[in-house]
Write a protein that binds this ligand. Structure first.
Ligand SMILES: [Fe+2]
Length: 437
């Protein structure tokens, strides 16, 4: 991290703690001159000083460091050749099981995408086949795109299941679902492979640190029931009543609404009632209607995919084929994008999420970023693109796309949007003290 960045972080910490340079100097046992030199970026903030600050103040180590930007011109490309050089064979029970290759990963986003070939060939599609080795599941969400005759196995409620997948099929599995993949024996003797795109969303390093510090015993008491809409409504209502210190009796005194009646019902109240409850609690009605998770595993066969010509039936520049998308991860969007017109695409894209692109076709595509930077995108290449970067395609081809919100969609984005453009600039580059002398 550059001296300047760490000095901005230090300044922000002093501002948040309402410490003037002389206060920081006395807290940390330094001269005021030295503190001023650090704040001016003339002196390095040594690690032992960070340790002192963490010991003295209610701050954490990570607050002194920022995310490194390893992109150039807003994107990062990983060429097929570089991907091949990361090839490694994975064994299960002493036998070769998978061949792994990295595809593009950036420090800016949480994508951890792998190309994986299934080396284990099965003669049947029995989920209890003893040769199939399940993993223990993992923390990251996983979207998978299938190429070739691949069997997808997963374990849910302690029952093993299998689905026969083929090129273009896709699936989503939620965290900690044990799973496995094999190649089905086939006449052409080809091995199947998958693009296993794992990623973190709102539960990321930062929020996990917060939950971990709160501890399991206290965290488990959140206990929101989000299995269906009615339960999700009722448990969110209890959560907000508790947070507002309004008992059910208080609520009746305030509104004349008997919550008993609402909790008795097996369906949602109408939107007028929900709005009234939200008004009384001074929250938003959407806070009472959180997303529910009704899919731990979702399988999407290619033939059942929805598709549309973009930007219109008439203009037909692109064909978007929608892959496994789910409402509880509303910003996670997976597509197979077919670029239909060789050189005549006029459409520019500017997408508000982190994007991962993999060239799954057999042709080179040219991408122009920001109206001027030209990039060759060959088969087997992958690209990470920052949100809101403008880009345009040239050349026919086929691309796999995954978009994810990361931590910067929904609430974080709303809070950011409440700031004026000026304050936004200040937020991202804050080096002013919080008051002027
Ligand atoms: Fe996985």
């Amino acid at each position: 991290m550059t001296k300047k960045k760490i000095n901005i972080k230090f300044k922000k910490i002093l501002n948040d703690l309402k410490r003037r340079p002389e206060d920081a100097a006395s807290d940390l046992g330094l001269t005021k001159k030295k503190i001023l030199e650090i704040l001016d970026g003339k002196r390095k903030l040594e690690f032992d000083l960070i340790e002192k600050a963490v010991k003295k103040w209610p701050v954490n180590f990570n607050e002194f460091f920022s995310v490194e930007d390893d992109t150039k011109n807003g994107y990062k490309i990983f060429k097929n050749k570089a991907s091949n050089s990361t090839e490694r064979k994975m064994y299960r029970a002493g036998y070769p099981y998978y061949l792994y290759k990295d595809t593009v990963m950036s420090k800016v986003s949480t994508f951890r995408p792998e190309w994986i070939q299934q080396l284990k060939i099965v003669k049947n599609s029995n989920p209890n086949n003893v040769g199939v080795r399940f993993n223990n599941g993992h923390f990251l969400h996983q979207f998978t795109y299938f190429i070739g005759p691949v069997n997808f196995y997963y374990k849910i409620n302690n029952k093993k299941k299998v689905v026969k997948m083929n090129t273009g099929d896709s699936m989503y599995i939620s965290p900690y679902i044990p799973h496995s993949f094999t190649t089905r024996e086939n006449k052409k003797n080809v091995l199947g492979n998958i693009l296993a795109l794992t990623y973190a969303d709102k539960l990321n390093t930062e929020s996990l640190n917060e939950f971990s510090a709160i501890g399991y015993e206290l965290t488990k008491r959140f206990n929101l029931n989000l299995k269906n809409k009615v339960n999700a409504f009722k448990s969110s209502l209890l959560y907000h009543l508790n947070n507002s210190s309004i008992s059910k009796q208080n609520f009746f005194e305030l509104s004349g609404i008997q919550l008993k009646e609402i909790f008795k019902k097996k369906k949602l109240p109408n939107s007028n009632v929900i709005n009234r409850i939200a008004n009384i609690l001074k929250i938003n009605s959407r806070d009472l209607l959180p997303p529910i998770q009704d899919h731990y595993v979702k399988i999407q066969k290619y033939n059942n995919n929805r598709s549309w010509y973009y930007p219109s039936m008439k203009k037909k520049e692109f064909l978007f084929v929608e892959l496994t998308n789910l409402a509880h991860l509303p910003m996670s969007k997976a597509f197979e994008l077919n670029i239909l017109k060789e050189n005549k695409n006029t459409t520019e894209f500017m997408i508000p999420t982190h994007q991962y692109l993999y060239n799954i076709g057999s042709t080179t595509i040219d991408i122009t970023f920001d109206k001027k930077i030209k990039q060759k995108f060959d088969p087997g290449d992958s690209i990470y693109i920052k949100p809101n970067l403008i880009y345009k395609f040239k050349g026919k081809g086929k691309i796999l796309i995954l978009r994810i919100g990361g931590s910067i969609s929904s609430d974080a984005l709303y809070h950011l949007s409440w700031l004026s453009q000026n304050n936004l600039k200040r937020l991202l580059n804050d080096n002013k003290p919080w008051f002027n002398k």
